[in-house]
Design a protein around this ligand. Structure first.
Ligand code: NMX
Ligand code: MLT
Length: 432
């Protein structure tokens, strides 16, 4: 991990120079005008953040450090068919494709941090199983804060320039420990309350799969795909943005990400994967395993006319089918070609965009990442859909942590935008 530190030292120095130039040389350059409708419509299309880890192009989809999902799949070191999660973490942190030995260094580092403090386990074991798994996850993450290196060093004489170092320490801790928290929640809520220990000889995804209770290399492969594609989605999504804002008050990673997880738990964000599986199973019950396209279209119209959204469809930024959906579609085609539920997802992809276009409301009628993930998990035997957003949370811990490391490295300030009352804004408009 010393190597990781020296790579980061070097990269941070050059990025800091760029940020300095942006602040002092180009500080008064305008990059876009803000329209009232953007303020009223949830800041759509407004550039408000600097971020290093990934960028989302409405017409192309996500690029992680400049690489598409397919490029990540072909360039990053892998086991079975999908890249190691450790390779993705290295890529997001440094912007470099890691060697096999760097992946192994990261694997060992995370494995050595994967144990949980006793009080976290005891707290999780005392939670009522009726409490939503996302609330349990958020509290589990918050409970890790007692050993935050950032908090400890912040209260000593550490210089602002060095804040990223304890933040990295905490970030690696969070990424290493969150799979065990999730596994305890799963085993306690739905199974026998017995959780295997993290496997220090396995990679993160495989060890996680084992703790959940699976002995299936295809399931570990699915977890790798799942964690890699959900880990980061530019800075503006609700979970990443919330983590960033809370972190800007110099909160540690555990408080910041716990807040981010509460945002992820909303049905318009990460919880859509839970809702989507529920919707699909209802569809199946209503139209059978092998419906006609017309039967699906009729069911979609029924959902819309009852005033509900179609979960897993639409996006605040994307204007194409989400490449993360396509990656899962391909995975399902290769691994589960005869699976009725996954084939129903594929058929929905043919039918739903047309129905949403005809309705004319959604700016993006295409599927997003959540339209497929539940069907894959369900088909591999993970059938408890109110656990699905926890899997999203295990993955998103990576992007949110890496972003906080870079936020502190680049010494970004407290985030505090201005607001106007409706009356004041109306008066401003009248004067224009
Ligand atoms: N089904 C029905 N109506 C929709 C859908 C959909 N899937 N998507 C958007 N609309 C409606 C939306 O409710 C809005 O209606 P109204 O004017 O009555 O308020 C109208 O279309 C315009 O919305 P957009 O500007 O297209 O979407 P927006 O950027 O506001 O919201 C989402 C984006 C993702 C919240 C929205 O598409 C949605 O609710 N989708 C379903 C939930 C979902 O899949 N969320 C997961 C997103 C990905 N993630 O993991 O976070
Ligand atoms: C995400 O992965 O965070 C979602 O696609 C939502 C978003 O990008 O706004």
């Amino acid at each position: 991990i010393t190597e990781l530190h020296s790579i980061l030292e070097h990269k941070i120095a050059s990025r800091l120079e760029q940020v300095h130039r942006l602040k002092y040389t180009y500080g008064s350059v305008k990059i876009e005008d803000i329209k009232i409708e953007q303020i009223v419509k949830g800041m759509r299309g407004m550039t408000t953040q600097l971020t290093e880890t990934s960028m989302l192009d409405p017409e192309y989809g996500i690029r992680f450090r400049g690489l598409s999902i397919e490029e990540c799949q072909s360039k990053l070191p892998k086991k079975y068919t999908q890249p190691y999660v450790e390779a993705m973490i290295w890529l997001l942190l440094t912007g470099e494709i890691p060697s096999e030995s760097q992946v192994e260094t990261m694997r060992k580092e995370l494995a050595s941090r994967s144990f949980l403090p006793m009080h976290t386990e005891e707290m999780l074991n005392s939670m009522p199983t009726s409490l939503h798994p996302m609330s349990q996850l958020s509290m589990g993450v918050l409970s890790l804060g007692h050993r935050s290196q950032f908090d400890k060093l912040y209260n000593s004489s550490i210089k602002k320039k060095a804040y990223w170092k304890p933040m990295l320490d905490d970030g690696l801790d969070l990424i290493a420990k969150i799979p065990k928290i999730a596994a305890i929640i799963y085993r306690n809520t739905y199974k026998d309350r017995i959780v295997r220990k993290p496997d220090s000889s396995a990679d993160l995804a495989e060890s996680f799969g084992r703790m959940l209770g699976w002995d299936d290399k295809n399931f570990y492969d699915l977890l790798k795909l799942y964690i890699n594609i959900h880990c980061d989605h530019e800075a503006g999504n609700v979970s990443a943005h919330t983590t960033h804002v809370v972190g800007s008050a110099l909160c540690d990673i555990f408080k910041s990400y716990s807040a981010g997880l509460n945002g992820l738990a909303g049905p318009l964000h990460g919880l859509a994967n839970q809702e989507c599986l529920g919707w699909l199973l209802n569809l199946k019950e209503n139209v059978g395993d092998y419906p006609t396209d017309q039967a699906i279209a009729d069911y979609v119209k029924k959902t819309l006319s009852s005033g509900n959204v179609i979960p897993g469809y639409g996006h605040a930024v994307l204007r194409i089918p989400d490449p993360r959906f396509i990656a899962q579609l391909k995975f399902a085609g290769q691994m589960l070609p005869n699976n009725a539920l996954c084939n129903l997802v594929a058929q929905c992809y043919k039918v739903i965009p047309q129905v949403l276009k005809e309705q004319g409301k959604a700016k993006n009628p295409f599927p997003n990442v959540d339209a497929h993930s539940g069907a894959l998990m369900y088909s591999f035997g993970l059938v408890e859909n109110d656990f699905y957003t926890v899997l999203f949370g295990v993955s998103r811990a990576i992007g949110c942590s890496v972003n906080l490391v870079w936020d502190r490295a680049l010494m970004f300030p407290l985030e505090r935008p201005d607001g106007l009352t409706i009356t004041t804004m109306s008066e401003v408009c009248k004067k224009k």
